[in-house]
Design a binder for this molecule. Structure first.
Ligand code: EPU
Length: 414
């Protein structure tokens, strides 16, 4: 795979794009299969690099996967608890879900520390504290982490931060723990609800996912299930921002609008013209946009993952827009790249100010992380001339069939 994406900007986009299943739900659901004693069938698994890395890890654990296009039949009946010390663990953040899943299933896990996008510090102390509350002991040596429990017993766990990863990891570890686990100040993201509904179909007893108190009553065994993964709200938001920036009439299909309410209301405030249906958002040509202020928040607030893709759109808006980042204060590497294309952006501590309207021009830029890559694609489509996005592998980690989807909308991209 070539490691750059070339875009000839300026083409107005139109037509229809179908959103794939959620990356951040699938990256939790695949490790969760370790907990099952029977076959699990997953429909519409997104074709992205993060999933390919997880498939390698599942196979290392002796889990058999039959892929039929995007439908997976996964057989974990002969799962083996091996040390996960290969490169794939470092390729993505979500490899840390094997900690909770293997601890839950085998009471023991040894693996490398997880990798993932460089968004500044990304500690996992809350995950580990949660495991300890359930009775696990943790040791670390060099880059390896080992977690062991003689037995796991339910407990009440308060999360200092409503962390998505910690909430999911504790859920995975607690499914078989004796008695009741209560996660207080749990994260409420839709991906957590999706994982919990899959685990419940398999026989788990989890209540309250989607609220800040999740209760898990331990069970002895999980059976198989068939599961359809929710659509990717961040991919949807990315295409909606793209359509607002350079679209004429774009239908973004397979969307759960309730998952992106904060984005939709901000776009409306900026003057983007949209029709919101039950499972779609149609975006009309939108000019004379107004500057807006955004503060990222945990769900249902404005998603941190969308503050990067909305930034190029704000370059088109009249006035000074502000973004305050409360989740990852250093998530602004895209701004320097956008400046190479003519954007006028000041970055301060955990915030950016975007001055518009500014016309963007093609340039050679670098995707420093997944959502930075998404922002650069939108900017490249808006810009005059040719844009080359280097390190495009970050983009393939999270956007399924992106080249085909963009071409389908009339973009000139290779
Ligand atoms: N945090 C801690 N300690 C912990 C865990 C988190 O201090 O033990 C802090 C983090 O440093 C951060 C905040 O808590 O400041 C929230 O982090 P969270 O744990 O919620 O994030 P995550 O689980 O690592 C997931 C998504 C991210 C998304 C965030 C926020 C996955 C695999 N990743 O990360 O997605 O930005 O939630 O919604 O689900 C992306 O898709 O591009 C992406 C980075």
């Amino acid at each position: 795979m070539n490691d750059y994406i070339k875009i000839k900007g300026g083409n107005t986009l139109s037509g229809e794009v179908r959103i794939s299943s959620s990356k951040n739900a699938t990256v939790a659901i695949l490790p969760a299969v370790v907990l099952a004693s029977e076959i699990v069938k997953l429909y519409d698994v997104p074709d992205i690099e993060d999933i390919n890395a997880l498939i390698v890890l599942l196979k290392k654990l002796n889990i058999n996967i039959i892929e039929n296009d995007d439908n997976f039949t996964i057989d974990p009946t002969d799962v083996k608890n091996v040390v996960l010390d290969c490169d794939e663990v470092r390729k993505l953040r979500a490899s840390y879900y094997f900690m909770g899943a293997l601890l839950g299933r085998f009471k023991h896990v040894r693996m490398l520390y997880p990798g993932g996008c460089n968004l500044g510090p990304r500690p996992i102390d809350l995950h580990l504290k949660g495991f300890e509350s359930l009775g696990a002991h943790i040791t670390t040596d060099n880059d390896m982490i080992e977690i062991h429990a003689d037995k796991l017993v339910g407990d009440e766990i308060y999360l200092d931060i409503a962390s998505v990863g910690a909430t999911i990891n504790i859920m995975l570890a607690a499914v078989f723990a004796e008695g009741k686990t209560i996660i207080r100040n749990a994260a409420k993201e839709p991906e957590i609800i999706d994982l919990s509904s899959m685990l419940n179909k398999m026989g788990a007893n989890i209540r309250g996912a989607g609220t800040s108190d999740i209760t898990i009553v331990g069970v002895n065994r999980l059976k198989g299930c068939i599961h359809d993964i929710i659509p990717d709200r961040i991919e949807a938001g990315t295409y909606i921002c793209m359509a607002a920036a350079i679209g004429k009439d774009v239908l973004v299909n397979n969307v759960i609008p309730q998952h992106i309410e904060a984005l939709l209301s901000k776009l409306e405030e900026a003057g983007v013209k949209m029709e919101v249906g039950v499972d779609y958002v149609r975006v009309f040509e939108s000019n004379n946009l107004k500057a807006i202020d955004i503060q990222t928040q945990t769900f249902p607030g404005f998603a941190t993952d969308l503050q990067q893709p909305i930034t190029p759109l704000l370059c088109k808006a009249d006035g000074e827009s502000h973004i305050v980042e409360t989740i990852y204060p250093e998530r602004f590497k895209h701004c320097k790249e956008l400046s190479k294309m003519g954007a006028c952006i000041d970055v301060g501590e955990a915030k950016s100010s975007i001055y518009g309207p500014r016309k963007l021009s093609g340039a050679k830029v670098r995707a420093t992380d997944l959502r930075c890559g998404a922002a650069l694609i939108i900017a490249g489509l808006m810009a005059d001339g040719e844009t080359i996005i280097e390190d495009a592998y970050h983009i393939y980690r999270g956007y399924a069939d992106i080249i085909e989807k963009l071409r389908g909308l009339g973009a000139q991209v290779e």
